[in-house]
Design a protein around this ligand. Structure first.
Ligand code: ADP
Length: 185
């Protein structure tokens, strides 16, 4: 399977869980910008130090920190058979950067998946998850940032005819099955 897949969806939609299952299944890398940034914080790199306060407040990390990271990651040799992007692009300027980057790399995205979950379920899931940025105030801000900056990315891909929406408010296995049906089709 050669698949290049972008996962969209609000915080708590299950992007990370589903992306890692599909990545394992397809033997392609799961590229999560959130995971990369959290690792940079643990490693106390310059990127981590710059990103931390934004993440703690539920704000997006500035594009200039993210774009180089994505360029490097997608240029890595393990991406030849495909990749799954989780958490990127998160605003329209990141989406148009990605378009340009993929043209340069002579790659094409095969699927853009939008995982849909109602807000009240997201809040419940995030509070239960209990990551450092999963407290009431930060969650509220992340959902707001999602609505204002990330939701327009859905329209961006819808306009290009690449979008597949999936109900993320089902049992984990049923979401995986719905995704596999799309990827098989
Ligand atoms: P969630 O799915 O819960 O939003 P992520 O792990 O995807 O969690 O992201 C956690 C945080 O990392 C975000 O709130 C944001 O601060 C930062 N982040 C991740 N990806 C990006 C990105 N593409 N652009 C800007 N900030 C990002």
């Amino acid at each position: 399977m050669t698949s290049r897949i972008i996962f969209l969806g609000p915080p708590g939609a299950g992007k990370g869980t589903q992306a890692s299952l599909l990545a394992e299944f397809g033997k392609i890398p799961h590229i999560s910008t959130g995971d990369i940034l959290r690792q940079a914080i643990v490693d106390q790199t310059e990127l981590g130090q710059k990103a931390q306060s934004y993440m703690d407040q539920g704000e997006l990390v500035p594009d200039d920190l993210i774009l180089d990271l994505i360029r490097d990651r997608l240029s890595h040799s393990d991406t030849h058979n495909g990749w799954i992007l989780d958490g990127f692009p998160r605003n329209v300027s990141q989406a148009s950067f990605l378009d340009q980057l993929l043209r340069e790399l002579a790659q094409e995205c095969d699927y853009v998946i939008n995982l849909e979950v109602p807000d009240e379920v997201l809040i419940e899931r995030l509070l239960a998850r209990g990551r450092k940025d999963d407290n009431h105030d930060t969650i509220a801000r992340r959902l707001e940032v999602y609505r204002d900056l990330t939701a327009p990315v859905i329209d961006y891909y819808q306009g290009k005819g690449q979008l597949h929406s999936v109900n993320g408010n089902q049992q984990l296995e049923d979401v995986t099955q719905s995704l596999q049906n799309i990827l098989k089709a």
